[in-house]
Design a protein around this ligand. Structure first.
Ligand SMILES: Nc1nc2c(ncn2[C@@H]2O[C@H](COP(=O)(O)OP(=O)(O)OP(=O)(O)O)[C@@H](O)[C@H]2O)c(=O)[nH]1
Ligand SMILES: [Mg+2]
Length: 210
């Protein structure tokens, strides 16, 4: 594991924004989580390229099927994907694909998840159980994941161990707290995921036998 893995300085990776450098390692990651948990917000906060969003205004007819509890002020929702990019020190380039939160878009997941190495699953303490289904889908897709609890100011705060228990997390699975609007905290959440993924990825031998 590269111990130099740390937060990028602001503007890092903006030099060769669209061209792959020779030494760069590209990693595809998902940002997943239930409806309105802050996926779009997080990708918007940390992308070094102008993020792509597929937001649509929510209408009255959607109120019949979308559970607006805890997200009453929300006016738009992701209908396909969010996409952003973040370069970490060590030429690690993260391509971030945000999944749509609403259940009716779950069939899109298989396509979005193809080639991903891991997922950051966002959770909200007011509705932790909503993240279960997402964690199940991510596990079924064979992806390693970390959980980031988005700390909405009006959401109850619990002890980390209590949240791990409530989410029934494997002892290995990282759980971090972050404010999805805060770039530094969001980057730290992704770094926790990347460390976890790299820790479980077989590294090539330095001096392979002939
Ligand atoms: N106070 C506070 N508001 C937040 C935070 N994160 C997101 N929000 C707000 O919560 C609402 C939902 O955020 P989104 O980023 O659209 O959530 P999403 O997970 O992308 O939603 P869907 O794509 O519809 O599933 C928006 O109005 C955000 O401004 C946070 O950390 N704190
Ligand atoms: Mg969204």
């Amino acid at each position: 594991m590269d111990s130099a893995l740390s937060s990028p300085s602001p503007g890092a990776g903006t030099g060769n924004m669209y061209l792959r450098g020779e030494d760069q390692t590209l990693v595809k990651l998902l940002v997943a989580g239930p409806f309105g948990v802050g996926k779009t917000t997080l990708i918007r906060a940390l992308s070094e390229t102008p993020p792509l969003h597929t937001e649509e205004v929510m209408t009255q007819s959607g109120a019949m099927v979308d559970d607006l509890a805890g997200v009453r002020d929300k006016t738009t929702t992701t209908v396909a994907i969010d996409f952003g990019r973040l370069t970490l020190p060590g030429d690690l380039v993260l391509y971030l694909f945000g999944t749509p939160g609403q259940k009716r878009f779950r069939p899109l997941w298989q396509d979005i998840a193809r080639g991903a190495l891991g997922a950051l699953v966002l959770a909200d303490t007011r509705r932790l159980a909503d993240s279960f289904e997402v964690m199940d889908i991510v596990e079924e897709a064979g992806l390693r994941y970390a959980v980031a609890v988005n700390t909405f100011p009006d959401a109850p705060q619990y002890d980390v161990e209590k949240m791990r228990e409530a989410l029934d997390l494997h002892p290995d699975t990282p759980l971090v707290l972050c404010d999805a609007r805060d770039r530094e905290q969001s980057v730290d959440a992704l770094i926790a995921l990347v460390r976890h993924v790299l820790d479980h990825t077989p590294q090539p031998e330095e001096n392979p036998k002939p």
